[in-house]
Ligand binder design. Structure first.
Ligand code: FAD
Length: 735
């Protein structure tokens, strides 16, 4: 393989791909990386390492290689861009197999414990100051070492993945097989096919193979291989699997010429999500573990029982992938049978389609009858916490084990945070988020909101956040779901009244470069971040000679607010320009919806009410000379200046009833100039209430009530507010 200068990683935040980014960067390769989900602290660590983290799956510079994760199908449209170009497309494992050919590769494989063992070997070699490069498929606890690293050395330590069919390309110098158990049933249709695959890898190994003692593979290797064969004492079926892993790591070190000292094993920090104790007191111990195969679950439960024999064992299990759950339902149920109580969460599908026969419910029938009565299926976190937390201070101390490889880690950490803060969800919320948001994100308590609106009234937000990017936003949404903290979006606050008592929840505001980006496309369109100011979009369109954006000039909001409100002026609405909008949905998924499929009405968009608008593609109506566009904008601005007040306001208070102007109806009802405190119905435009300075939200709200009542009495029209009342419903305020 030609040494790459530039690599584009697609699906870069998984624990297969991310180590590769650090390794390649270390080797001096320019790396651009994209993923739909880019969690912190990984994202910041990548940026720090010099990886270019992209907002879209399109590299800025032409890469020599595109490497995609095994979760991305070869037919994925994001790869089609590169077909027929000189950039070569590789699945992660295939790329690594090729790239590693120029190294003395140490391949660590096995069905269970390979991340921990690779981590142990890496840790111990680093302690010995042995020179080597490595890629580990999991984070060290407290990020004690990076997940991937490059050193100018012939040695490369690799955790090799047997799940995706790429193992056939590896030619290691040393192969360590920890154990093997039938798994990845989509790849290995029967048990023997995994064994054949491992035999293939051993046959391609150049100098040494290390195998579990007394295994069939060891006998086979002794008989069939011409290379050095050695073994280690394996004990994976019992509670002492960490001892076996260390024996295996030491054996591997010896073959590399390094004597690994016992003190390295003692100081080994462990890997994240492997037997991590998240909370401990005299009543409860809360632990999370990545176990997702029946054998691993059996070992974990046995080791925990041995450690805390007097504790009631409550297992919270999320199975990983429908295919695995279906194939091993009986074995899962048998191993889980060691628990005293079981809580099942919906199966984590990874990239598989929903399959009822592999969902959590399907396990219940296989459980021993004793446990069946003590098993519950939880679909959402809140009901889980409500039920399980309530039994705090149980008579018997208990250990709560969160087990699985999906997104159960969020549940585990949130549950631990609730315990740490003794049920105080508000403190637990910020505790949970610490270290999970990028450092430049803002999360503040008791933030004044009046100054963040154009009306300049109202109180404080309990929590106020400015996420730096989508992943931060997703984290905040997830945390607010976990701790039942209501949330609301704030744009420029040009269509909002903040109540004097503020908002007892989380106010989210999309500020900063990520959200303000307006990128031009060759088809006379822009892809615009939801935090962008409408006037900036208008200005750029004018500069580029693009028609259709002129009406945005005097609307003082952001794109996000405009999409939610379907903002419009002079006969135009924002959705006249929209090609698609991408939304963050309440369940954390991101969906790009074409404009013509959105439910849009007068000052309303259903999807933006339910989700959070992230970005949109806005397409011009055509082209014209930028001087002509500028003149048209200036004309609109003059009209506005003549017809709208200059003082602080929230724009039009009421929607225009069909065929009528709300302003005209208010004027006709004699309400122009009406005042409550320092809130006044504008003399310039009766549908504006202005804050003459020092008005309160209460002033504004009672003036709105008075105006509405008078219009009802005078002209028998029920005006509906256009302006929002943060965290409240107008129906509760208006009779
Ligand atoms: P905000 O007022 O902050 O929020 C409005 C709503 O959008 C809220 O419900 C909020 O929760 C929601 N929201 C904000 N961001 C998002 C997001 N990313 N995803 C989902 N929901 C979100 N409006 C017009 O239509 N036409 C006009 O001509 C006009 N002229 C105005 C003139 C003045 C002087 C003023 C003060 C206001 C005017 N407005 C006008 C009202 C206002 O500017 C628009 O409604 C604007 O689109 C609101 O944007 P914002 O960013 O300020 O949103």
């Amino acid at each position: 393989m030609k040494k790459p200068k530039r690599v584009f990683l697609l699906g870069a935040s998984g624990m297969g791909m991310a180590p590769l980014a650090f390794f390649l960067r270390g080797a001096g390769v320019e790396v651009e990386a994209f993923d739909d989900y880019f969690r912190e602290p990984l994202r910041s660590q990548m940026l720090e390492a010099g990886v270019e983290v992209l907002l879209e799956p399109v590299p800025h510079k032409k890469p020599d290689y595109i490497v995609h994760s095994s979760a991305i199908n070869r037919s994925d449209s994001r790869l089609s861009l590169f077909r027929g170009t000189t950039s070569k497309i590789y699945k992660r494992g295939d790329f690594l197999a090729e790239y590693s050919k120029s190294f003395k590769t140490v391949a660590i494989v096995g069905s269970h414990g390979k991340t921990t063992t690779t981590g142990m070997l890496t840790w111990a070699l680093a302690k010995e100051e042995f020179s080597f490069s490595y890629l580990v498929g999991g984070r060290f606890k407290e990020d004690a070492l990076p997940i991937g690293n490059y050193q100018n050395s012939p040695w490369l330590v690799l955790e090799v993945d047997e799940s995706d069919g790429t193992i056939g390309g590896f030619y290691p110098d040393i192969t360590l097989v920890l154990n093997y158990d039938w798994d990845h049933v989509d790849e290995y249709k029967e048990e023997s096919s995994l064994e054949h695959t491992l035999q293939g890898l051993l046959s391609r190994t150049k100098s040494s193979v290390i195998l579990p003692g007394k295994s069939d593979l060891l006998s086979w290797a002794d008989e069939n291989l011409g290379v050095d064969v050695s073994s280690f004492e394996a004990n994976h079926s019992s509670a002492d699997f960490m001892v076996s892993n260390w024996e295996a790591a030491k054996a591997c070190g010896r073959k590399m010429g390094a004597q690994l000292g016992e003190e390295s094993s003692k100081s080994f920090p462990g890997m994240e999500r492997r037997q991590s104790v998240l909370f401990e007191d005299e009543h409860r111990t809360i632990l999370e573990d990545y176990a997702h195969h029946p054998t691993e679950i059996g070992s974990l439960l046995a080791s925990r029982r041995k450690l805390l024999p007097d504790h009631w064992m409550k297992v919270v299990f999320q199975s990983h992938r429908y295919s695995r759950t279906k194939a091993f339902a009986q074995s899962f149920a048998e191993e889980l049978g060691a628990a005293d109580e079981l809580n099942l969460l919906p199966t984590y599908g990874a990239f598989e389609k929903y399959d009822e026969s592999g969902d959590a419910e399907s396990l219940v029938g296989h459980l021993p009858p004793r446990l069946r009565d003590k098993t519950k299926v939880f679909l959402d976190y809140t009901s889980f916490v409500d039920e399980v937390y309530e039994t705090e201070n149980p008579l018997t101390p208990e250990q709560v084990l969160f087990v699985g490889a999906g997104n159960i880690d969020g549940w585990a950490h949130a549950f631990a945070a609730i315990h740490t803060h003794k049920g105080d969800r508000i403190s637990a919320f910020s505790h949970f988020l610490s270290g999970r948001l990028s450092s430049s994100s803002v999360l503040r308590k008791d933030e004044n909101l009046a100054s963040k609106t154009t009306m300049r009234v109202g109180g404080k937000a309990l929590w106020y956040a400015e996420p730096q990017h989508t992943e931060d936003l997703r984290r905040l949404v997830e945390a607010s779901n976990f701790f039942s903290i209501p949330r609301v979006m704030l744009g420029r606050g040009s269509n909002l009244i903040i109540p004097d008592e503020g908002y007892h929840g989380l106010v989210l505001r999309l500020r900063g470069d990520f959200w303000n980006e307006i990128s031009s496309r060759s088809d006379d369109s822009f892809v615009v971040g939801a935090g962008s100011r409408l006037k900036d979009i208008c200005r750029l369109a004018c500069h580029r000679g693009l028609l259709g954006f002129e009406f945005l000039e005097g609307i003082p909001g952001t794109l996000g607010g405009a999409l939610r409100m379907n903002a419009g002026a002079m006969g135009w609405e924002i959705y006249d320009l929209v090609e698609w909008v991408s939304f963050l949905l309440p369940d954390g998924s991101i969906k790009e919806i074409p404009g013509n499929q959105l439910n849009v009405g007068y000052r309303f968009c259903k999807e933006a009410q339910e989700g959070i608008a992230l970005r949109a593609k806005l397409k011009a109506e055509g082209r014209s000379d930028h001087k002509d566009i500028r003149s048209a904008i200036e004309l609109l601005a003059q009209k506005r200046r003549a017809s709208q007040p200059r003082e602080a306001s929230a724009g039009c208070i009421f929607k225009n009833p069909e065929d009528k102007s709300a302003g005209w109806l208010i004027e006709k009802s004699g309400m122009k100039g009406q005042r409550v405190g320092n809130a006044v119905v504008s003399d310039v435009h009766a549908n504006f209430i202005v804050n003459e300075g020092g008005a309160t939200a209460e002033d504004v709200i009672s003036l709105i009530q008075q105006v509405r009542k008078r219009v009802q009495e005078e002209v028998q029209v029920n005006l509906e507010p256009e302006v929002g009342l943060l965290g409240k419903k107008w129906n509760d305020q208006l009779s």
